[in-house]
Design a protein around this ligand. Structure first.
Ligand code: FAD
Ligand code: SF4
Ligand code: SF4
Length: 469
């Protein structure tokens, strides 16, 4: 071999070595960048409270994960999962709806969807296998018990109603005037299923709810596709597995309500439930209901916080924006400083000829995700959203709304022509109410260790999901 050839070979080996060192360094830099971004996201999740799951959610077994990213691709919720430095991580657990897509996509069973260790969850009520809580006669169905998804809610509503019917038969009592067999509170999929089953079984029922039929589904954005696993809805029949527009699900349920002349008292918020003279007395904002059994199907999203100002009860004051596209050429005031307020304002600002004002009590937006902050800044700079910081509503009139300053307090800062007011000031979660009623939790302060927890599940796993073989 001549010298030139040797030199070429040495040069080639050195070049390959240098390229691989350079590639390695690039990879390390990329990993460090991703790691820093993840840390930021995790910090943001903690600050926003989105790091805590609402229902069953994804849990990763770090020892099995090979970092392939299939779970991230399978998740339709956007920002729940991320893969960093070759490992899947849960970033915004509260955005997880527990659908199980990630679990099914994982090639090595490294991700599991469930409630996790319920003894560490102060938001999971202790329930019997038939969903009775620690308060005798009070059943908890659906997401309030910790298990999300429409199909699970339907199954649990039925389970509760069936058990109540069984007990009414096995523990008969003389019928007292004004005392129903069953009171269903909440008419999302769980409450509706319990209610329809009670009607099917001929029970004497009453039903109350804050909102109209549909619960959380009613509040989804317009035309949202909802993936529903196969379920048997009482009075309606089989709901086939598939994707449904929210409007189709709502129509299915409202048609059943109409066809059977079922009565639901809406605008009724439950305030207290207590045993009185051998029956359960439920106090609501629309009066008191007495019943032998109660099915609480309140979901987990809580009651929207009110402003407590004159004019708030008007019909043009709403607590969420379901369909921005329906509002064009309108003057809208959005109140709030969180992500839901900003997303509502952005949605409205995206429609032609809307005039959108966003009022926030504070002088900055400390609770926004980075992306929402960026989008808000852009919309403000383009004149699509008008911000009035450190302000609060003083009163609402049919076509006007008056804002006062928070700092200094009470100075009028705006008198706006207005068609719609959207109050996005967050919600009061249902757990303090449950504690007041006496319901015991997985790890409520001052309660004993949880017993055999079951909400249609054994170890906090969602019922009805296929186990891995
Ligand atoms: C954005 C989003 C997307 C989702 N997508 C899917 C999906 O594709 N597929 C799927 O299966 N699941 C999905 N889910 C989850 C699903 O919507 C819920 O698991 C399901 O609605 C829970 O039903 P529920 O009856 O337990 O509670 P909810 O549907 O939340 O109903 C609660 C009911 O209680 C009433 N209520 C609340 N508080 C009170 C009170 N104090 N007094 C009186 N009434 C009260 C409410 O008005 C409502 O009628 C999604 C959830 C969200 C937020
Ligand atoms: S369970 Fe569903 S929503 Fe939750 S992380 Fe997995 S795919 Fe996403
Ligand atoms: S699909 Fe499984 S192995 Fe792949 S990144 Fe997700 S958890 Fe890890």
């Amino acid at each position: 071999m001549d010298l030139t050839t040797i030199a070429i070979i040495i040069f080639f080996i050195m070049a390959v070595g240098l390229v691989s060192i350079w590639q390695h360094r690039l990879e390390r830099e990329r990993d460090a960048e991703a790691e820093a971004k993840l840390e930021e996201q995790l910090k943001e999740g903690k600050e926003l409270g989105t790091d805590k799951p609402v229902t069953q959610s994804a849990h990763i077994h770090a020892d099995k994960c090979i970092g392939c990213g299939s779970c991230v691709l399978a998740c339709h919720q956007g920002d729940v999962l991320a893969v960093v430095s070759g490992l899947a991580r849960v970033v915004h657990a509260s955005h997880c709806i527990g659908c199980g897509n990630c679990e099914r996509a994982c090639p090595v069973c490294a991700i599991e969807v469930g409630l996790g260790d319920v003894s560490k969850r102060p938001d999971i009520p202790i329930l019997s296998p038939t969903l009775e809580s620690s308060v005798p006669g009070l059943y908890i169905a659906g997401e309030l018990g910790g298990i999300g998804l429409v199909r699970n809610a339907i199954e649990q509503g039925k389970t509760a109603a069936n058990d109540i019917a069984r007990r009414l038969k096995q523990e008969p009592k003389p019928k007292l005037p004004g005392v129903h067999d069953i009171l269903v509170v909440g008419v999302g999929p769980a409450g509706l299923s319990a209610l329809f089953r009670a009607v099917e079984l001929g029970l004497d029922y009453a039903a109350v709810s804050i909102d109209d039929v549909g619960g959380t589904v009613y509040k989804y954005p317009r035309r949202k596709l909802t993936l529903v696993q196969a379920a048997e809805m009482p009075l309606h029949g089989r709901i086939k597995e598939g994707e449904y527009f929210k409007e189709d699900l709502l129509k299915m349920w409202s048609d059943t309500v109409c066809r059977h002349g079922i009565k639901v008292q809406i605008n009724a918020a439950v305030e207290m439930i207590a045993p009185v003279d051998g029956v359960l007395e439920t106090r609501t904002s629309a009066g008191v209901f007495k019943s032998r059994f109660v099915v609480l199907a309140l979901g987990r999203r809580g009651v929207p916080r009110k402003l407590g100002v004159p004019g708030e009860e008007a019909e043009h004051v709403l607590y969420e924006l379901a369909d921005a596209a329906a509002l064009k050429g309108q003057r809208a005031l959005v109140i709030g400083g969180g992500n839901s307020a900003v997303e509502a304002a952005l949605g409205l600002a995206g429609q032609p000829e809307n005039y959108v004002v966003l009022s926030h009590r504070k002088s900055d937006f400390s609770r926004l995700t980075g992306r929402n902050k960026e989008r808000l800044d852009k919309a403000v700079a383009e004149g699509k959203i008008h911000l009035i910081m450190s302000s609060q509503v003083k009163h609402i009139q049919p076509k006007k709304v008056v804002l006062h300053s928070c700092e200094p307090v009470g100075k009028e800062v705006a008198n706006l022509d207005n068609d719609w007011v959207f109050v996005c000031a967050g919600g009061d979660p249902p757990f303090p109410l449950l504690q007041k009623i006496g319901v015991k939790f997985g790890k409520a302060p001052g309660t004993e260790e949880p017993g055999a927890r079951e909400a249609g599940t054994s170890e906090g796993k969602a019922p009805g999901r296929k186990e891995k073989e």
